[in-house]
Every structure is written in structure tokens, then in C-alpha cells.
Design a protein around this ligand. Structure first.
Ligand code: ADP
Length: 439
């Protein structure tokens, strides 16, 4: 007999919006009823869900602001009465040299355990998306993180694959490793290793992972850990800890969305290798596109007006793509001319303004590529909360939300982290959505 939940069990703080929906997607697949909020909800009303994921846009903001927002999110979740906190970052550990993963982790630890105390893990692995960790080194497919496309990321270039070293550079607490021998030996051995490391004065441990079974073992070993920090992968196993205790059952209705309607559009501000290939694929199909030149001497509002004027001609015929997605050399030259921060702020403003115009003109199915880009778009649309639906590809679900830009009508959204999705993602996602209610 399943006991009804009087409070959410898991409280998550995600450092970007696509990452938050990636996490929510895994929790839903594991049977947890999950609500994703955009920012910290204004009211402290109890939400009826097994898990709550608060999406922040704190990956590349200043360290102090990231800590402030993460602690506010923590306080809000604490009032909800959650049993465990989950700080979610990207599976490619996207961070600037200053953080923010390390500083936010330590601020949460100081709050939960007391200054300088406690123990938690670092585990960005997500084997389904080919992110694995061995001897503390993060791999993207067959390549070390530092040799993958992430070395050219516009905001968070990752040039060191050794996560113990990367995390140690961002933290005061000593960082250690739970290596693959312990992980393979199962939950009891992992737990024993946690205690041994803690006795050596280590506060944070990177954990090796090569497959989902490893994540399931680690999840069992972290059942009593008040705070975990991870990519979305750990969420494949974590819900099991509450299911074992009979606190929720597999929830079939957790992935139900209302039928989709309206026009279809894609907005891409991601410059990852995957997004570049997906944009190319969309263009090669002869579908309509609007390429944005970030260096054009025109305001973001004017560029958006041009984009919408063109969209009015095409949208009735099917999906249209709006993008700034470029290869690393072009990104670099734009950053040299505008400055890294100015370039990304300007581009995000343009894409957010286009998203608003599209929704005001009848788009109700929107795919957005890029974590920061998705954050800017969802904020511009005034979306507060999203319901998680079925997965399109690893890490990317369809979601539904309402936006004041279209008098609170339903919009279907897919927020794709740069590196995710098959090459035909921009077209297949719409096909999948329209098939949902016809199967
Ligand atoms: P991803 O998920 O691939 O990391 P993001 O949206 O998080 O994508 O980050 C991409 C960043 O690069 C955004 O801040 C975006 O504004 C910026 N950007 C997009 N296109 C360009 C471009 N052509 N030149 C410079 N910066 C760009």
C-alpha cells in the first residue's frame, strides 16, 4: 500500500534551464511526479509533486550572485519539507575557472552541515548521453572532455578533463575520488569509501561511472546523504530509494501532456557541435530559416521585427528555424569584436525577443537549443512552471507551460542542451509531438 505524499521528497536546484528539464525528465522516467519551476516561486504554497526542480540561470553569472540565488532556492525547498537536496549541473561540468559549481556546492554544504563540514559527491556522468567518468576523468563519447567540442564553448570552455583537479580549483574543502573499483563493488563498498574519505578530511568526492548500473549503486549509497551534486544521470537511480520505502509508485500519468496546437518554430543559440549539425540538417531539408548576424548594427527589437515579418510568410507551412549557431572561428571573431559577455547578452536578447514575437503570432510548439538561450527565452515568455512530458532524445523531454505572451494558452516546449539530440532533432521533435495523441 503506497502512502500518500504530504510533501515533496526531493528538492533540486539546477544551474540552467535545459539542465533542469533534463533532470526532471529522468525523474519522471523513474516514476516521480515532477514539477519544474522557472526561478524561485514567489509563494511558499506546497506543490503537489514527488520532486521539485527549481531552474536557475546561474551557471555563468557572478559567483556571489550564483551562491545567493542557490541559497534562496535551498531555503524555499527546505520550507517544502524535502528529504534530500540535489544540486544539478551539466554533464560536461560546464563552469568558468572561478566556478560556479564549486562555490555553490560549498555554500550549500555550509548551510546544511555547518561551515567547512559535511560530505557530498560530484557526479556529472550520464552514460546514456555518453558522459562517463573513469579515474576522475570525464569522457564525452570516446574523447576526454578537454579534447571534445567543449574546449571551444563560448562561455565555459573546458580544457581539463580531471574533475578532481577542476573541482579542487573551485573549492576550499579537500576533493577526493571514489574510483571504479569501489563503484563496481556495489553500494556497501561505495558507502565504506565515502566514510574512509571523510575520515581522511575529504569533503567532496568525484565518483567514477561507466554505465547506468553504476549510477544505481551510487544512488543507493547516497540514500542518506542530505545533499548530492550531480548531472541528471544520478536521477535514474535516486528515486528508487523512496520507492523501496513505499513512498511512491511508478506513476504512469506523470508524462501526460495536453494535445499540441499552433505553429512550430526552432530557436538555436547553441554553438555546440551537435547544434551546428542539427542546424545544417534543418537547412538541407529546404525548410525556412532566419540567420541572425550578431554584428549587424541594428537593435535587438528591430532584428526580431524582421524575423517575425519573415515568419508570418512561412509558419503556416511548417516549422521555421531562427539561429545564431556558428562554428568556433566565427564565434571567436564575434566575441573579439563585442566582448564575450556582451556578445552573449546581445544574442540572448535577440533570440528572446524573437521567441516573444513568435508566440504572440501563434507559435505554440517551440524547440530551443542552448542552455543559456533557453533560459533567456523562457524568462522572456514569462513562464513560471512546466509540466514534464515524454522524452524526445536522452535528456530532452517535451514540456507544456502557459505564457502571458499568449493569454496563458498552452505552449509545448523542448529545451535542448547544446550537446544533446540526434542530427534530425529539429524536425523529428515535432513529428513525435503530433504523434503523441494519435498513437
Ligand atoms: P549550449 O547549451 O550549447 O552551451 P548556450 O545557449 O548555453 O548553448 O550557450 C551559447 C552561448 O553562446 C549563448 O550565450 C549565446 O548567446 C552565445 N552565442 C550564440 N551564438 C553566438 C555567436 N554566433 N557568436 C558568439 N556567441 C554566440
Amino acid at each position: 500500500m503506497i502512502k500518500p505524499n504530504l510533501r515533496p521528497l526531493l528538492g533540486c536546484i539546477a544551474d540552467d534551464f535545459t539542465g533542469a528539464s533534463d533532470l526532471a525528465n529522468n525523474l519522471v522516467r523513474a516514476g516521480m511526479r515532477t514539477i519544474q519551476t522557472i526561478g524561485i516561486p514567489a509563494e511558499s504554497q506546497k506543490l503537489n509533486a514527488d520532486a521539485i526542480v527549481i531552474s536557475l540561470k546561474s551557471r555563468t553569472i557572478s559567483k556571489h550572485e550564483a551562491i545567493k540565488q542557490s541559497l534562496q532556492a535551498y531555503e524555499w525547498l527546505k520550507v517544502q519539507g524535502v528529504e534530500q537536496f540535489y544540486f544539478k549541473y551539466c554533464s560536461t561540468f560546464d563552469s568558468t575557472p572561478q566556478g560556479n559549481i564549486g562555490p555553490v556546492t560549498e555554500a550549500l554544504m555550509d548551510e546544511i552541515f555547518g561551515e567547512g563540514k559535511g560530505f557530498t559527491i560530484v557526479c556529472p556522468a550520464f552514460p546514456e548521453a555518453k558522459r562517463t567518468i573513469f579515474n576522475g576523468h570525464l569522457f564525452v563519447g570516446n574523447e576526454l572532455l578537454s579534447e571534445s567540442g567543449m574546449r571551444n564553448h563560448p562561455l565555459t570552455p573546458m580544457t581539463d578533463a580531471n574533475l578532481v583537479r577542476v573541482m579542487q580549483a573551485q573549492t576550499q574543502r579537500v576533493v577526493g575520488l571514489v574510483n571504479y573499483d569501489s563503484v563496481r563493488a556495489g553500494p556497501d563498498e561505495i558507502r565504506a569509501r565515502f566514510h574512509a574519505l571523510q575520515n581522511q578530511g575529504i569533503g567532496i568526492a568525484v565518483v567514477d561511472v561507466t554505465c547506468n548500473q553504476d549510477l544505481e549503486s551510487i544512488a543507493l549509497a547516497t540514500a542518506d546523504m542530505p545533499l548530492v551534486t550531480a548531472g541528471s544521470g544520478l536521477a535514474i537511480g535516486l528515486p528508487n530509494n523512496w520507492r523501496i520505502r513505499g513512498l511512491f509508485d511508478l506513476n504512469d500519468s506523470s508524462d501526460m501532456l495536453p494535445p499540441a496546437s499552433g505553429y512550430q518554430a526552432v530557436i538555436s543559440g547553441s554553438c555546440s557541435q551537435a547544434s551546428n549539425a542539427q542546424v545544417r540538417d534543418f537547412c538541407q531539408r529546404g525548410l525556412p530559416t532566419f540567420v541572425i548576424d550578431p554584428l549587424a548594427d541594428v537593435s535587438h527589437v528591430n532584428i526580431a521585427q524582421q524575423a517575425i515579418a519573415l515568419a508570418e510568410k512561412h509558419l503556416k507551412n511548417g516549422p521555421m528555424l531562427f539561429y545564431t549557431t556558428s562554428q568556433p572561428d566565427i564565434v571567436k571573431s564575434i566575441q573579439e569584436k563585442l566582448g564575450v559577455i556582451k556578445a552573449s547578452e546581445h544574442i540572448e536578447k535577440i533570440l528572446a525577443e524573437i521567441a516573444k514575437g513568435l508566440v504572440q503570432n501563434g507559435v505554440r510548439q517551440l524547440v530551443v537549443a542552448g542552455g543559456e538561450t533557453s533560459g533567456a527565452v523562457v524568462q522572456a515568455l514569462g513562464i513560471k512552471q512546466m509540466t514534464i512530458g515524454p522524452q524526445i532524445d536522452s535528456g530532452v523531454p517535451w514540456m507544456s507551460a502557459s505564457s502571458p505572451c499568449c493569454h496563458d494558452e498552452t505552449i509545448h516546449l523542448a529545451l535542448k542542451s547544446g550537446n544533446f539530440g540526434s542530427i534530425d532533432f529539429f524536425t523529428k521533435s515535432f513529428t513525435q509531438l503530433s504523434n503523441l495523441h494519435h498513437e
